[in-house]
Write a protein that binds this ligand. Sequence first.
Ligand code: FAD
Ligand code: DLZ
Ligand code: SF4
Length: 508
Amino acid sequence: MVKLVLILGDQLSDSLSALKSADKTTDIVVMAEVMGEAEYVPHHPKKIAFLFAAMRKFADRLRGQGWTVSYFKLDDDDNPQTISGALLACAQQFGTSAVITTQAGEWRVIKALDDLPLDVDVHPDDRFIASHAEFAAWAEDRKALRMEYFYREMRRKTGLMMEGDKPAGGQWNFDHDNRKPAPGSVEYSGPMRFQPDEITREVLALVREKFSENFGSLDDFWFATDQGQARQHLAHWIKGGLPKFGDFQDAMMGDEPFLYHAIVGLYINAGLLDPLEVCKAVEEAWIAGDVPINSAEGFIRQIIGWREYVRGIYFLEGPDYTTRNVLQHARDLPWLYWGGKTWMRCLEKSVEQTEQEAYAHHIQRLMVTGNFALLAGVDPAQVHEWYLAVYADAYEWVEAPNTIGMSQFADGGVIASKPYISSGNYIDKMSDYCKECSYKVKDKTGPDACPFNLLYWHFLDRHRDRFSGNHRMGNMYRVWDRMTEDKRKTVLADADAFLEKLDAGDTV
Ligand code: FAD
Ligand code: DLZ
Ligand code: SF4
């Protein structure tokens, strides 16, 4: 019996397990641009355009390799507009009930496929270094699931930057070298930009017509949309960006959205680049003496450490993970996240570049937009939906652990041993935002006080029961307790006044 081979938008890899298990002489690949996926959160138009263009080009690539592909364009008359509908339509057309697929990266889609009245053969997604079983075995019986120890296992497993059974350079982690503040200028020209080809131009017109109401600009679209382009971009970054990636990994600059970052998350997550291939290219540059160890190790840790670890957590924790809210935060996501006016320059710049590029780097996500939402007590489910919608690299398996766990502490500490919070001080140290902000980062109270300064103490005070016993937070509480009662009252009153303005929809 002919089989249908389902390939989702983030499964655009030649090595996909579903393809490896199918027969190109008899089986039929099914790919579908559908409203069901494009609308379940209001994705950034650049993310949708990237994915649809990459899907269309991947379908052509498969045809070139001899596969028969049944492809639904979003505006095709007969498009059922859901993945399940597309499979059912093909099942009827080709007289089959057999489907081969690679496990989807989101519980919602896994369930939808599971619920189909078809015979769906799900293969593991082996484009990762650790399987679910390996991660579960590592996690079993551990009191705390800390990334650092998992990362060491992945170094041993891959042999990346290893000298025998010892880490190259004598230590596993060079993170302490990766915290330089914003440089005066950036020497790297930024990610490689591609002129949209004919397929991409057609998709851009479609996305402009259908998704113009979504947050995000479609202007100046430059993403790579196939494997060849993504590889060119990678080589360009390894030469120009990687040498200083480590040093300035945590720095933030108002007019330099990319600094020395790789901008590879969207390509790896969609399947255009293989994570191990990327890490090996970085290791080679380090072996050749072209990049320092802190850059190479820092980057490889993000991929074989953090990326693999968050995926393990997502699948270990189960479908209810995105609903967790241990801090019981309930505030609506402020309008400023959707481009509303704010006087806070760090947020203004981070959201502005998100709107333009569908990109912000890790520290902007964690210590600006994430930090503010956490301090202000925003409902983590709304924060999660925002991150899932606005970033071109966002899929639930990777976004949710980062947002719900790392950034919002809504999972109660599965990922983070303490909440990632900071006052304005940290942002001032790492960025050039505060110099031109309407608020004063040095002011701790009063009308001009940086809102992060007020909300930081407000957060600690309102969650005292949960966090004062955390040995990594004792110092924070000691500083708070050493302030006079009057000072503490003023800080809390100013923070409450700020939150009232925020809730009233005033510009803050
Ligand atoms: P670089 O900074 O150059 O890092 C290299 C690569 O390492 C990334 O491309 C990514 O593949 C990997 N990586 C680094 N940190 C992480 C991490 N914490 N988790 C997983 N992979 C990591 N990353 C996503 O890929 N998709 C998301 O939806 C996503 N959502 C996030 C939400 C929040 C609240 C936070 C704090 C982080 C999120 N991240 C997400 C992690 C990280 O911010 C992005 O991977 C990174 O900014 C992508 O940019 P880059 O490709 O230039 O990465
Ligand atoms: C993100 C996304 C979007 C916007 N559109 C599609 C689509 O039309 N067709 C498709 O197959 N996949 C799409 N995707 C990616 C899926 O949402 C993704 O495969 C699941 O969320 C699992 O990670
Ligand atoms: Fe952000 Fe505060 Fe600095 Fe303004 S002063 S940029 S609000 S941290």
